[in-house]
Design a protein around this ligand. Structure first.
Ligand code: SF4
Ligand code: SF4
Length: 99
């Protein structure tokens, strides 16, 4: 017989108990942090295998998955390049912003 997986509801009593990502989401909604960016990630769909790793690793939750494709939200992407670093097919290229 297989054992039923236990799930636990996490309750944060104060902001200090929250993970950094969860805390920063609140301020992100008010500040479009994408203005800080000097380089931007661009996805080459011809090479993308739709694995979602970029979505998992983005520290700013700035990648959405739309119809299985990663779509960068440039209003909030800070251009850290982690998605490009972690992409297994190297199909994310960081290009200089033109301002
Ligand atoms: S460059 Fe950084 S912030 Fe922007 S989408 Fe990639 S991981 Fe997220
Ligand atoms: S990590 Fe790379 S291959 Fe995977 S979904 Fe993102 S862009 Fe596509």
């Amino acid at each position: 017989m297989t054992k039923k997986k236990e799930t636990k509801k996490i309750v944060f009593r104060s902001e200090s108990e929250m993970p950094v990502t969860a805390m920063s989401l609140g301020s992100m909604l008010h500040n479009k942090t994408g203005a800080w960016r000097n380089i931007r990630p661009e996805v080459d769909r011809a090479k993308c295998i739709q694995c979602g790793i970029c979505w998992k690793f983005c520290p700013d939750v700035s990648i959405d998955i739309v119809d299985n494709w990663p779509v960068v939200d440039y209003d909030f992407c800070k251009g850290c390049g982690i998605c490009a670093e972690e992409c297994p097919t190297k199909c994310i290229v960081m290009v200089e912003e033109v301002k």
